[in-house]
Design a protein around this ligand. Structure first.
Ligand code: FUL
Length: 601
């Protein structure tokens, strides 16, 4: 009877809201609640929101790769300012097939290429601007990076996506909204018409214009329409409404990661007002808990993508060759992304030759081998049978006799919605059930690690679920121990024991003696506001000062990692002065001595 009443409710909601409802049971991508619902009904209905076909196919890719390649590769910057001479772009041994083969061997299923980053330089010979590969010396201006990458992908059956930065520091029309939107639509259309199938379009939300910068109103509706009509299989990511930014660039998903959320990208006033009312943004801790759902008017299937670079920066910098993430860091990232109901988008930036660097290639090879060795070695014999679990229900699974395990995997059939709110895993050892681990959400995939153990059975309990959960697969594995720790950014070559400082903006530091300074670092930890534009000055006597560098910590807002700055030439100095010319939010942030490091090597 209760089931009958609920089915009736599902149908009336569909009729009332006109949502895209499949077979009178599920709501594809979006559900707007009618006003009449109780809180319990709202939470239960959230369990009936499901992905579109293209979102579902995207989720199954699990491992996708980002390629940041462009003008910054050759200038050493993270954000170019658009004034770069196209002649600087000149890869000496460009080889897209090497990228695809390396990434494919490591298990990656799609490559997303930065066709245009914030500096506006286009990697294809576009009709829309002269600022492109056509104006470079590479292949005598006859080359097309986008085409070569796409062809290499096609050859090896790798999916292909494009990153096209809305923020453009080169385009003259940027800020003249209709004019720039027209140009952007043409760029998008070229990319989506001339290169065959595209499976993801990545719209970066980053914009470093600051309070006094150019203001561009993007025509997102039109951009969406261009994608939907030219590439119906492509998911729209980040400022797109199919794939959500996880909220950090560290490779870290949420413990509780709901793909059903009231959050949508801020693409129009109504959405912005609603996101503000609910106090949510991609960086919010809770994006789908029941308390939030009760407050919401509309829910979306908007799953998380974890984007992170294999190196500290998004672009290749030779000085970061020793800071490529270790196997251990990459595997942790895998557990925290794919294993936390997200798709991993791992950036591997090609070097100035136009090849993936040997260190990165080796790391990827190890990573791919580790993941396949671990997860192709199933230790449960009967984990593939669909289990329909009510709140409180348990099910036992058989472990291959004698096997040791330390990892469990759970998957819901998300085509029937994401439902589990809490679960527990136990192992049967000597006829006794031993607690192994527990978690909150499952979604498409959840991986959890625990101490090595040899149980004869596993018992999964779905402690709380929004409606009958569809557990599609349970797996157990033995992940091998790994040597090696973090490859951290080098913070300082000289000890700060004898340093003395005055002021906080500018901050002046007496290093105690004269050093040959090659660069400095700024670690943004614990700052109220992060420094964006800076000026770095040096002096031997604290009387006459010389400006050694002026610039911006380009991507610091989204990726607040320690910033390393190399000076154009080595300077001998005893005193340094760092001024925060402006902060990421337009203020004048203070700087502490503990945030600074000096590079002399
Ligand atoms: C950010 C950008 O500003 C970075 O440069 C990089 O492209 C990253 C993936 O997104 O928002």
């Amino acid at each position: 009877m209760r089931k009958f009443i609920f089915t009736g409710l599902l149908i009336s909601v569909a009729v009332l809201t006109g949502c895209n409802q499949r077979a009178n049971t599920f709501f594809e991508k979006r559900l707007t609640f009618p006003d009449i619902l109780t809180s319990d009904q709202k939470v239960k209905l959230a369990a009936y929101v499901v992905p579109t076909q293209r979102q579902y196919e995207w989720q199954q890719l699990e491992l996708t790769a980002f390629i940041h390649f462009g003008m910054n590769t050759f200038t050493g910057r993270e954000w170019g300012d658009g004034s770069e001479d196209p002649a600087l772009f000149n890869p000496t041994d460009f080889n897209a097939e090497q990228w695809v083969t390396t990434l494919q061997d490591a298990g990656f299923k799609m490559i997303i290429l930065t066709a245009k980053h914030h500096d506006g330089f286009c990697l294809w010979p576009t009709q829309t601007t002269d600022h492109s590969v056509a104006a470079s010396g590479w292949r005598n201006g006859q080359g097309d990076i986008v085409r070569e990458v796409k062809e290499a992908c096609d050859k090896q059956n790798m999916k292909f996506g494009v990153y096209l930065s809305p923020w453009d520091r080169n385009a003259e029309s940027y800020g003249d909204s209709p004019k720039y939107n027209k140009m952007f639509v043409s760029q998008l259309s070229e990319l989506l018409t001339n290169y065959g199938e595209v499976h993801e379009v990545w719209f970066d939300g980053a914009n470093g214009e600051g309070p006094n910068g150019k203001v561009q109103e993007y025509d997102w509706t039109r951009f969406y329409h261009v994608i939907d009509s030219l590439q119906p299989k492509a998911v729209k990511a980040i400022m797109g409404d199919d794939v959500r930014w996880v909220g950090n660039e560290n490779g870290l998903g949420r413990e509780t990661e709901w793909s059903v959320t009231p959050l949508n990208p801020d693409i129009n006033e109504a959405v912005t007002i609603e996101n503000k009312r609910l106090n949510i943004s991609p960086v919010a801790k809770d994006l789908g808990g029941s308390e939030l759902i009760v407050e919401a008017k509309t829910l979306y299937w908007y799953p998380s993508e974890v984007d992170v670079s294999i190196r500290p920066g998004w672009f290749y910098h030779p000085e970061q060759d020793e800071q490529v993430k270790t196997l251990r860091q990459l595997v942790d990232i895998y557990y925290q992304s794919v294993g936390m109901n997200s798709v991993l988008l791992l950036n591997v930036p090609p070097d100035r030759r136009g090849r993936l660097h040997e260190v990165d290639v080796e790391r990827l090879r190890k990573f791919g081998a580790y993941i396949s060795n671990t997860f192709n070695n199933e230790k449960i014999t009967d984990g593939g049978i669909l289990w329909k679990a009510r709140s409180g229900a348990s099910k036992e699974y058989n472990v291959v006799p004698g096997e040791t395990i330390n990892t469990v995997m759970l998957q819901e059939d998300i085509q029937k919605g994401q439902r589990v709110e809490e679960f527990k895993v136990e192992g049967l050892v000597n006829d006794e059930w031993v607690f192994l681990t527990e978690g909150t959400t499952i979604g498409y995939k959840r991986l959890l690690k625990f101490e090595e153990i040899n149980p004869s059975k596993l018992r999964i309990t779905v402690s709380e679920t929004r409606d009958i959960a569809n557990i599609k697969k349970v797996g157990a594995y033995k992940a091998l121990a790994m040597a090696g720790d973090q490859n951290d950014i080098r913070l300082s070559d000289i000890s700060s024991d004898k340093w003395e400082s005055t002021g906080e903006n500018p901050l002046i530091v007496d290093l105690g003696e004269i050093y040959p300074i090659k660069g400095f670092t700024y670690s943004p930890y614990d700052s109220k506001e992060l420094v964006f534009n800076y000026a770095f000055r040096v002096s031997v006597d604290a009387v006459s000062w010389q400006e050694a560098k002026k610039g911006e910590f380009s991507n610091i807002k989204n990726n607040p990692i320690p910033q390393q700055v190399s000076l154009d030439e080595t300077v001998n100095a005893r005193f340094i002065e760092l001024e925060a010319v402006s902060g990421v939010d337009g203020g004048k942030p203070a700087i502490e001595m503990s945030q600074i490091g000096i590079l002399t090597k």
